[in-house]
Write a protein that binds this ligand. Structure first.
Ligand SMILES: *Cc1c(COP(=O)(O)O)cnc(C)c1O
Length: 361
């Protein structure tokens, strides 16, 4: 049996090298006669796995020393609540930029703990676009500014970092972390679920500046306190050990390949090929996102009818290009091309698009 190209938005395709290593180590990890998923999280063996994963991530992202890295459970969705619970402090409002469905979910959760000031909103029209820095209505007294650098569902991505002045910037990087270089010091807190660009579902990475780690609002569960998790090195309770191990394998694989720089260049090439083809065939394929904010990770496009879209998806699946269906809320086609998607996968998709237009145009 041969592997196919999986364009799923998440959980997403993993590097074949990583899967093979996990397979080779599954029954007998490092000669201990057990799987790493069967050992205690407080054993020296697992602590070494956990620390190596953190060290590799720090290296890949050049995370400054005054930032803590936490490996938590609950997905990015848990962070929608943890951020307001831990960051509202004595303030009553937080700024949020709404660029799509994931922003909206974060906003809905934050509203349960305080007032949300809508600092900016996506513009819909012939072309979808995001607000510019000068259009943001920022509150200098906000507890923090939250935004979603890459909207996984709509395929909209910021190519710049909002400037919130002294207000801490919080970013949900679930679908773009490690895809391009990031200046971590511009952020107060970064969070990302692992299942798009870092491995399998189950673990969420939180990178937080240490002076922002304070007591959360009353009645916050202990497990949802950054302070408790930081004091316990993410071991307040049993962490998702196997997902943490898998993320570690992905980080090591990334370093071996050439780090974020290598993947950033690869991702630029992949996105350029796909958008370039779409733009050269506007009668048949359309992407309605302004070129200034097109996602490098999730390329969405439409065909002329639902019937044609279905035929496209069926035909693609027959040649081993799967999970291209757009999100249930937006329809159309979505090709998620995270770090693990090889350039050949995109080449094959473009070749299929060309052939499909020739036979259906
Ligand atoms: C996938 C995704 C989420 C949700 O992640 P869960 O692990 O399901 O909680 C949140 N934000 C963004 C940007 C995502 O892509």
């Amino acid at each position: 049996m041969s592997r196919i190209y999986n364009f799923n938005a998440g959980p997403a395709m993993l590097p074949e090298d990583v899967l093979k290593q996990a397979q080779a180590e599954l029954l007998d990890w490092h000669g201990i006669g057990m799987s790493v998923m069967e050992i205690g999280h407080r054993t020296p063996e697992f602590i070494a796995v956990a620390e190596q994963a953190e060290a590799d991530l720090r290296d890949l992202m050049a995370i400054p020393k005054n930032y803590r890295v936490l490996f938590l459970a609950g997905g990015a969705t848990a962070q929608f609540a943890m951020v307001p619970m831990n960051f509202f402090g004595s303030k009553s409002t937080a700024d949020y930029i709404d660029t799509g469905i994931w922003s909206k979910k974060a906003i809905a959760e934050a509203k349960r703990y305080g007032t949300v000031n809508l600092a900016g909103e996506v513009r819909k029209g012939d072309l979808i676009s995001i607000p510019t820095q000068s259009e943001l209505k920022l509150d200098p007294n906000a507890a923090y500014l939250h935004y979603t650098p890459n909207e996984t569902i709509e395929g909209v991505e910021f190519q710049w970092v909002p400037d919130a002045g002294n207000v801490p910037l919080v970013a949900d990087m679930s679908s773009m972390i490690l895809s391009r270089p990031i200046d971590v010091s511009a952020y107060g807190l970064i969070y990302a679920g692992a299942q798009k660009n870092m491995g399998q579902a189950g673990v969420t990475v939180v990178i937080v500046r240490d002076d922002l780690i304070k007591d959360p609002i009353p009645y916050t569960p202990m497990l949802y306190s950054y302070k408790v998790e930081a004091e316990n090195k993410s071991f307040y309770n049993t962490p998702p050990t196997y997902s943490w191990y898998m993320a570690g394998l992905v980080f090591a694989w990334m370093k071996k390949k050439g780090g974020v720089k290598y993947f950033s260049e690869l991702n630029q090439r992949k996105a350029k090929k796909l958008y370039g083809f779409i733009d050269r065939h506007p009668e048949f394929y359309r992407n309605n996102i302004h070129p200034d904010c097109r996602s490098q990770m999730n390329v969405v496009f439409n065909l002329n009818s639902d019937e044609l879209t279905q035929r496209f998806l069926d035909g693609a699946a027959k040649v081993g290009l799967v999970n291209l269906k757009g999100h249930r809320l937006s329809g159309g086609v979505r090709a998620s091309i995270y770090n693990a998607m090889p350039e050949e996968g995109v080449d094959q998709l473009v070749a299929f698009m060309q052939e499909f237009e020739r036979t259906n145009g």
